[in-house]
Design a protein around this ligand. Structure first.
Ligand code: HEC
Length: 154
């Protein structure tokens, strides 16, 4: 559904920009700009929809803070619930869009896939119970958080 709405929005944007250019002319560079570059980002194009991503990110922060706290206090038996929660939120990110750089949406989707993978692995490692393995595996989760932010946060 979101994809369909997104596609309709992109088509609308294309048509309106083609119309404006035919009426007003427009420089060569403008005419050659890819359509995605003209998208101002989800925040401006679909203001109501950004709430979900924002909320999901706050949840990820809350659960990963619990994980860090448990690890640093050596409470490796208390990781089951936050590990499951991180993995669940990761899956729920599918279909979301970043605020900016929509021309790189495939890269963004790649980061979501990576988070789904590393957080599922983290959950499995937690169940195995080895502190070193758990800590390494959590490091991979944070790496993906930071990599996506470096690319898509404004
Ligand atoms: C697929 C890309 C992606 C991944 C992976 C990702 N984030 Fe984010 N994150 C974003 C984007 C885009 C924003 C800015 C949008 C927003 O704040 O709503 C953001 C914002 C945030 C914020 C700021 C919230 C706010 O807006 O005040 C926090 C905290 C956060 N992420 C935590 C995390 C944590 C923790 C992880 C890993 C477990 C993570 N994120 C993984 C894309 C990602």
């Amino acid at each position: 559904m979101k994809k369909i709405v997104g596609a309709i929005a992109v088509i609308g944007l294309l048509l309106s920009s083609m119309f404006l250019h035919s009426v007003m002319g427009g420089s060569r560079a403008e005419k050659e700009a890819p359509a995605a570059m003209e998208h101002k980002g989800e925040m401006e194009e679909h203001p109501g929809k950004m709430g979900f991503l924002h909320h999901a990110m706050e949840e990820l922060e809350e659960h990963t803070e619990k994980v860090f706290h448990a690890i640093i206090h050596g409470k490796f038996t208390e990781l089951g619930e936050p590990a499951r929660a991180v993995a669940g939120v990761a899956v729920s990110l599918k279909g979301t869009k970043p605020h900016n750089k929509l021309e790189s949406i495939e890269t963004y989707e790649g980061f979501i896939g990576a988070l789904v993978d590393v957080s599922a692995k983290f959950e499995r490692t937690v169940n195995e119970g080895d502190p070193v393995g758990i800590t390494r595996s959590f490091g991979k989760v944070i790496e993906v958080c930071v990599a996506c932010h470096a690319n898509f946060r404004n």
